[in-house]
Design a protein around this ligand. Structure first.
Ligand SMILES: [Zn+2]
Length: 155
């Protein structure tokens, strides 16, 4: 996970969403014959669709107060507008945590036929934020508490 996060932050090159694991990339490589998003059945599964525009993802970001532009792209993750309720410190990590959770939810649905409501998903994000907080510098631990509050408020 850490390697993927580093790669996503520094470039798209190592991101599983852009290097071939989303259906649109697999369709291009003729590994699958249909790239329709298995979560909503309403659009091709691209990295942008999965992370930002699939109805569940869009609702998730909206609840957190993160504004998405129609042309928001994965390569611009570090340019997402921070809502006023979240601290600027480690906001990029917060975004990556959210994307990681969306990717894991997608895999749970596609490969394990799991289901997760938005409140359940926000709870899982909160638990993940607690886990990630141990990797933050000690003096920034309060940041993860604010993240957890944001997830709770969005439930
Ligand atoms: Zn979708």
């Amino acid at each position: 996970m850490r390697l993927w996060l580093f790669s996503l932050k520094s470039s798209e090159k190592g991101c599983p969403l852009t290097t071939g694991r989303n259906l649109s990339n697999l369709l291009t490589k003729k590994i699958v014959d249909d790239a329709t998003c298995e979560l909503c059945d309403g659009a091709p599964e691209t990295a942008e669709h999965l992370l930002f525009f699939c109805p569940f993802s869009a609702a998730f970001w909206q609840r957190l107060g993160v504004q998405l532009e129609p042309d928001t792209a994965v390569r611009d993750l570090h340019h997402l507008q921070k809502p006023g309720s979240l601290p600027p410190t480690h906001f990029d990590t917060f975004v990556l945590l959210c994307c990681w959770q969306l990717w894991k939810r997608r895999n749970g649905i596609v490969f394990r036929q799991e289901s997760m409501t938005l409140p359940q998903f926000l709870q899982s994000c909160k638990l993940e934020a607690r886990a990630w907080s141990c990797r933050l510098p000690k003096w920034d631990l309060g940041v993860s508490n604010i993240w957890c509050s944001a997830f709770s408020s969005a439930m």
